[in-house]
Write a protein that binds this ligand. Structure first.
Ligand SMILES: [Zn+2]
Length: 384
């Protein structure tokens, strides 16, 4: 029987709260059930209808929902500076979860940016799939069902975000949203936006321009002067490099905990692979920016390999994996994500992990486990 997966996202046009991506697998029999229920593009349905339909779809179809809260969204945005890369990553997670559950190989996604954003973000398991991106993909029943789960997930996130500060947050990015944001800044200070809204939206800039009270505008200016770019949600990311800058070189100049550096050796260092993060995925790179393994000095080779040993030792002690994949990709054609600065990947493996890690479907959990894992490993590296 023909079966396929549809994916869609919700929240990318809403200033408040984060972003939700969902996927639904359908086959010929579930498609007719979805039609009977009246499943169609969530944009053509009321919020209450979306909620009811979402429950029914979850009963009928295999599905996966990845939810990125506002804080996590702002972190990702300040690092990647590109919504399409965030979307590509989140769609890829949803696809992987579903491919793992269902072994379905055809995926239809709505067209945003470039197909490569999703493909690049897909890992082992996901790569076996056939990905079709379409304009107006919502006419496909699987994509329509996914749009409903994504919208429902987003509306719940929006409510949760509002509940945190005891208010109801409006949808979209219009006048009502601007006024609400202004009130909230008055009440809680400008820092609040980082934990409730997508701060890269123009709304944030407008808000700043509109701000009238002299004391408050002095505060805004002070914040701007200190941070250069206005990024109150998390000062530790204000110095993140533009995407085209070498991530290894720029990490070296940051504080360990800002860059997730676990250990600095003589000629090389150990850093966590934070994007996408999989449990225990580490990288070892020389300090020197070079793409050519044959140009490494004897000391650099020693330092690199010592740190690989050390990493394996630490991961064995703290995460108890049953095996490791260790290796390098040299050159884009070989799959190198960062081409110009060579690095060795160390990926712990557990029995039964389907790709890199038993699937984690909630991005917030990933974010939390990333920082926890960092603290856990950092301590051992230092005492090792
Ligand atoms: Zn470099």
């Amino acid at each position: 029987m023909k079966k396929w997966i549809g994916t869609d996202e919700s929240g990318k046009g809403d200033y408040f709260s984060g972003l939700v991506v969902a996927g639904v697998m359908v086959d010929e029999s579930t498609v007719s059930k979805l039609k009977e229920l009246g499943v169609k593009d969530s944009k053509r349905l009321s919020d209450s209808r979306v909620e009811v339909l979402s429950d029914s779809i979850k009963e009928i179809c295999p599905n996966s929902v990845v939810s990125i809260g506002p804080e996590r969204y702002n972190e990702l945005y300040s690092r990647l500076r590109n919504l399409n890369r965030i979307l590509g990553w989140a769609h890829a997670r949803v696809i992987e979860n579903l491919v793992t559950q269902t072994s379905c190989e055809l995926v239809i996604a709505d067209k945003f940016g470039n197909k490569r954003y999703i493909e690049k973000a897909l890992m082992e398991k996901g790569k076996q799939i056939r990905l079709e991106q379409r304009e107006k993909a919502e006419s496909d029943p699987a994509v329509a069902a996914a749009s409903i789960l994504a919208r429902d997930g987003f509306l719940k996130e929006l409510k949760k975000t509002g509940d945190k500060i005891g208010t109801v947050l409006p949808k979209g990015a219009g006048i009502e949203v601007e006024e609400k944001a202004q009130d909230l800044v008055k009440k809680h200070g400008e820092g609040i936006l980082g934990s409730i809204a997508k701060v890269h939206f123009k709304t944030t800039q407008k808000l700043k321009a509109n701000y009238s009270s002299p004391q408050d505008s002095a505060n805004w200016e002070e914040a701007e002067r200190l941070d250069r770019i206005w990024a109150p949600w998390r000062t530790k990311y204000i110095f993140s490099p533009p995407a085209e800058e070498c991530i290894f070189c720029s990490a070296v100049n940051k504080k360990d905990e800002e860059a997730f550096i676990l250990y600095r050796g003589e000629k090389a260092f150990v850093i966590m692979n934070i994007f996408p993060y999989n449990n225990g995925h580490l990288m070892v790179a020389p300090y020197r920016h070079t793409a050519n393994i044959e140009e490494l000095t004897r000391e650099e080779v020693d330092s690199l390999f010592k740190l690989v040993q050390k990493s394996v030792k630490v991961l064995k002690a703290k995460m108890r994996p049953q095996g490791f994949n260790i290796g390098m990709n040299l050159g884009k054609v070989a799959g190198a994500g960062v081409e110009g600065h060579l690095h060795i990947h160390i990926v712990p493996r557990w029995n039964g992990d389907t790709n890199f890690m038993p699937v984690v479907s909630e991005t917030k959990v990933i974010s939390q486990s990333l920082e926890e894992a960092y603290k856990l490993l950092k301590e051992v590296f230092e005492n090792e």
